[in-house]
Design a protein around this ligand. Structure first.
Ligand code: TYD
Length: 137
C-alpha cells in the first residue's frame, strides 16, 4: 500500500566539531517512540529480519556503516540501502522485511511504536500472506 515504506529525513546540525542529528517521536517519526533497539557486531554474511508485525511500526537507521533492507507488502517488493545516519526508513505494520549485506562494523538503530511483544510477529511467510488476504476481504 501507498505510504507503507518511505525515507524520513532528519535534521542535521553541523559545525566544525561534528554533526548532530536528532529525532522526536510524533514529529519526525509518525508515532510515539516506545522502544529503541540496535544491532551491532553483525557478521557481514548475516541475514536478519525474516518477519512482519501485526501492529508495530518502525523507523530503521544505519547509524554507522550500511546494510540492505528488502520489503514485501504482499504485492510489491522494494529494496533500500541504508547508509546515511540522517535518513531513516519508515516501515509500517504488515510488511515482511529481510536485512542483509551488513558492512563491517555496521550499527542499525530501530525506533519502534510498541514494546517488544513476540505475539506481534509473523515469523512464517505463508501465515503472513494468509493474514493479508484476510485483511483484504
Ligand atoms: P528479531 O526481532 O527476530 O531480530 P531481527 O529482526 O533483527 O533479526 O529478534 C531477535 C531476538 O531478540 C528474538 O529472540 C527476540 C529478541 N528481542 C527482544 O527480546 N526484544 C526486542 O526488542 C527485539 C527487537 C528482539
Amino acid at each position: 500500500p501507498q505510504g507503507s515504506a518511505r525515507i524520513i529525513d532528519l535534521p542535521q546540525i553541523s559545525d566544525p566539531r561534528g554533526d548532530l542529528t536528532f529525532v522526536e517521536g510524533g514529529n519526525h517519526v509518525p508515532f510515539d517512540i516506545a522502544r529503541v533497539y540496535y544491532l551491532y557486531n553483525v557478521p557481514v554474511d548475516s541475514e536478519r529480519g525474516g518477519h512482519a508485525h501485526r501492529d508495530l511500526e518502525q523507523v530503521i537507521f544505519a547509524l554507522s556503516g550500511s546494510f540492505r533492507i528488502s520489503l514485501d507488502d504482499g504485492t510489491n517488493k522494494t529494496e533500500f540501502w541504508l547508509r546515511d545516519p540522517r535518513k531513516g526508513l519508515y516501515v509500517n505494520r504488515m510488511i515482511w522485511r529481510e536485512m542483509d549485506a551488513f558492512s563491517q562494523g555496521a550499527v542499525c538503530m530501530v525506533l519502534a511504536s510498541h514494546p517488544y511483544d513476540e505475539s506481534d510477529y509473523y515469523r512464517d511467510y505463508n501465515e503472513f500472506q494468509a493474514a493479508l488476504r484476510g485483511e483484504a476481504k
